[in-house]
Design a protein around this ligand. Sequence first.
Ligand code: GLN
Length: 490
Amino acid sequence: MKKEPEPLPLSRKHLAFTSFRDIQQLLQEKSISCQQVVEYYLTNIREQAQLGAFVEVYEAEAQAQAKEVDIKISQGRAGRLAGMVIGLKDVLCLRNHPVQGGSQILNGFRSQFTATAVQRLLDEDAIIIGRQNCDEFAMGSSTENSSFFPTRNAANPNRVPGGSSGGSAVAVQAHMCTASLGSDTGGSIRQPAAFCGLVGLKPTYSRVSRHGLIAYASSFDVIGTLTHTVEDSALLLEIMAGPDEYDSTVSQKAVPAYTQFLSADSKPRKIAYLQNTLSHEGIHPDIIQKTEQALDSLRQDGHILEPIDFPLLEYVLPTYYILTMAEASSNLSRFDGVRYGYRSPKSHTMEAMYKKTRTEAFGEEVQRRIMLGTFVLSASYYDAYYTKAQKVRRLLQNATRDILKEYDFIVLPTTPTPAFKLGERATPIEMYLADLFTVQASIAGVSAISIPVGNSQEGLPVGLQMIAGAFGEAELMSFAYHFMNKHPLN
Ligand code: GLN
């Protein structure tokens, strides 16, 4: 069923605006209207359709919304996000719109409510431009597991954009919207951000309400942002985060004014870098080179850097995959052909209907994870796998939090390699290795950001990951902001 789009080189190099600040400035000068901003993005979407970033574009609605926001601006009653155009990963609910999690099993389903995070952006006059391609139920690292089509990296269309929020990353990378909302369970925001040269923020677990996010692994899932600048991430998080009566797991902690914190003093920090990530056998030489260059820049800026070993690194992937598959097998049991979306027309008994629906409409990777997840939760294997993985999770959490008691931040590459070729990673294990450096922060539930630090020799973006403690977003973003300002990429 997968359609192969033709590659298309990124043609629009002469860009009028990149960040929300650029847009705001033009709006203030009255040299542009929101309607023109939307037209600009719609043109880019149309001209780069071959990249496969969007599953659906809400053209007429975005135009109508823009018209309304223009009126509000002229009357001086516009919200803080007037002029911000946002794309949603296809796992976030928007009332009366389809949402499919990149899957055929939700074909025909429409949301009856809007995700809290999205609603808060709408309340500040953000414009939603469409829903974006992703790996099925956010399971994957390349967006090749989408049931629609693969998404292509705008830096080189023969390369993947990363995943699972690949469509959301390419949409920002190729200037089809100002920012995207994605979800990050084990790296799905940070890894595509690194592959596409963007800022990708995974907030602390429970910082943002998950109401209206299609669940993958509920004890890991976080909504976050893909943007060109740290400022845009800070602004979006400031508006999205905080208590919500629809999500009992969300933190009650007050939300700091992240945007005001950004330019706070850039005092010298104590930073740990994980030296065993740089000597890992799978790491690409260009990643080593760019990371070392970034570490040098940090030293020059007056920060104290200390190498540390993290011997538990070899346990992060097995722990992550056992726990997330277990949670996924439970979360995805609701897609049974009765309640949502697709139902197989070929069956005459209830049981056959369940089986056929799930066999026909779930993709291969999703089926693999449901089966493995069910296996690790089965009575005879529960203790050997699930309980053990929970214990190792605690060890990994403690070890990570111990480092973060002694150091302000942990710095490491976001990914072991730059973007790989479409079709190149044929086995699940090869694909899972793409998450080697991102799952630690997810297992520990702490905050992390990926920022662009230049290109590989082949011209592919490279990301640097910075990890801070739980609810350390204000310090983390301020630190990343200063780094990007002091070391601009040309
Ligand atoms: N690639 C990882 C996985 O497949 C992470 C996905 C995610 O963060 N949603 O589970």
